[in-house]
Design a protein around this ligand. Structure first.
Ligand SMILES: Cc1ncc(COP(=O)(O)O)c(C=O)c1O
Ligand SMILES: *[C@@H]1O[C@H](CO)[C@@H](O)[C@H](O)[C@H]1NC(C)=O
Length: 460
């Protein structure tokens, strides 16, 4: 049996234990409908039938095929532990209330809108109006889809920085938008020296050149997934000024806004002119370790928010009501409970805990300024020349091979970041691998034990 067949047969026989550790991923779509040769009437729409295997299925399949069971999963950014007790208790209580189990206003439960407005007004330095400047969405992701649905017509352009959160692309393309990519440049010495995530930079000439009369929106993500960069006030000011000059709507994805390890600026707070163009996106899932709850929101000026609400009404109608109520209680209690300070301390501790192993191995990484992902540069890892990569891995950039190799040889799953680049710019990140640290400390320690097994493949 060829080694590929061996991998395949393992895939079939070991699927059960791997599944226990790597939960079924809901993102992305396989292309089975095409290969099954369905009649043209049953043919799926192009928007869901991409030919290339998406990264989440890739990692699941690799995990199922690995002899190192169970796999330590540091791939997807879901938490390995529960939300705080005050949130869980609130959710349980909400389920006993008649009004919480029924439809609520499509813009969100009044208590949650108020709790968000109260929590965020201090950052904006003025009172946010909960009735006109906040809209609750079914996770940040659906919130962003609603924003694009609200403003994008066929052929409108949206600027996105690479690497990007993968859902942006389909969310922009579904209403007919065209994505215009601008790369973030990795630090020049990234392959040899650990550096700050701040050293991933935007070339502002490249950004300005990407702007055309059709540019309708720009997507910003700070703290950034996967880079861990927190955009500086100066960088945000430059981006904001360009958007005011060209009248471009800023969609600022700030889902990791409670996880920053350097000063964090919100672009919507820079000036009234910039605020007037800015939709700020938040996620209770990320804030409260409850990514499965699907509660998010947008904050912005009334003349933008009302159309986001209108789109959300057509897409989801409402966001699950009991979980909105629980998130409202979460915001009401978090500050007094010291939760926001604790969440920073805890996550920074996890980042440092994992990164100790890279220091030990002499492997450079980007020191995150925010969020819970670490990008590690694995240029020094020498992949054996005759390694039996299956055909669908051979043709992908080096980071996919690295990710496959890590899963097979050390039993740790992590994400190849070129998935978050266009083919043209993928080379910028092909030596990096993304690790999610939002896991139990014991899981991080087990990952470190396994990652020490990379030592014999490291070439200085
Ligand atoms: C940058 C970024 N934006 C948005 C989301 C989605 O957030 P939500 O789960 O609230 O939809 C994620 C989730 O991984 C993310 O990394
Ligand atoms: C904000 O935008 C609205 C609608 O376009 C406009 O009427 C208002 O003057 C703007 N305010 C500022 C401060 O730019």
């Amino acid at each position: 049996m060829s080694s590929f067949l061996l991998l395949r047969s393992r895939l079939l026989t070991t699927a059960t234990p791997a599944k226990a550790i790597v939960p079924p991923l809901t993102r992305g779509f396989r292309h089975s409908a095409i290969s099954m040769g369905l009649s043209s009437k049953l043919k799926p729409a192009a928007r869901v039938s991409g030919q290339r295997q998406d990264v989440w299925s890739f990692i699941n399949e690799a995990a199922a095929a690995s002899p190192k069971q169970p796999i330590v999963n540091m791939g997807q950014g879901f938490f390995g532990y529960n939300p705080p007790a005050f949130l869980l208790d609130a959710a349980k209580e909400a389920l006993d209330r008649v009004d919480c189990n029924q439809y609520c206003h499509t813009k969100g439960r009044p208590r949650l809108k108020k709790a968000i407005a109260d929590a965020y007004s201090p950052f904006w330095g003025r009172e946010i109006n909960p009735e006109t400047e906040v809209t609750v969405t079914t996770g940040a992701n659906e919130g962003m889809l609603s924003a694009f649905m609200a403003f994008i017509e066929d052929g409108d352009e949206v600027i996105v920085f690479e690497p990007f959160f993968d859902q942006y692309i389909s969310n922009i393309e579904m209403p007919g938008g065209k994505v215009v990519y601008v790369p973030m440049h990795p630090p020049a010495t990234g392959a040899t020296k650990t550096s700050s995530a701040a050293d991933w930079t935007i070339d502002f000439d490249e950004l300005e050149k990407a702007i055309t009369p059709k540019t309708k929106m720009i997507v910003l993500n700070t703290p950034h997934n996967p880079v861990g960069k927190v955009y500086s006030r100066e960088e945000l000011q430059k981006i904001g000024d360009l958007c005011v000059k060209h009248e471009i709507i800023i969609l600022s994805d700030e889902v990791y806004d409670r996880l920053f390890y350097v000063p964090f600026t919100r672009i919507g707070s820079l000036s009234p002119e910039i605020a007037n163009l800015t939709l700020t996106v938040g996620s209770a899932g990320k804030n409260f370790y409850a990514t499965g709850w699907r509660v998010g929101w947008l904050i912005g000026p009334e003349h933008l928010i009302k159309y986001v609400s209108a789109a959300h009404t057509r897409i989801c109608f409402v966001t699950p009501s009991p979980l909105q109520e629980a998130c409202a209680v979460g915001f009401e209690k978090a500050e007094a409970a010291g939760f926001w300070d604790e969440t920073i301390k805890e996550m920074k501790g996890k980042i440092d805990r994992l990164n100790a192993v890279w220091d030990e191995l002499g492997m450079p990484y980007s020191e995150p300024e925010g969020g819970y992902f670490v990008l590690v540069n694995m240029a020094k890892v020498k992949l054996p020349e005759d390694y039996p990569f299956p055909p669908h891995v051979i043709n992908r950039p080096r980071d996919f091979k690295l990710a496959w190799f890590l899963i097979q040889e050390v039993g740790v799953a992590a994400i190849p970041p070129t998935e978050f680049y266009t083919a043209e710019n993928a080379h910028l990140a092909e030596n990096y691998i993304r690790f999610a640290v939002c896991k139990e400390d014991s899981v991080l320690e087990e990952a470190k034990n396994r990652l020490r097994g990379l030592k014999k493949y490291i070439q200085e």
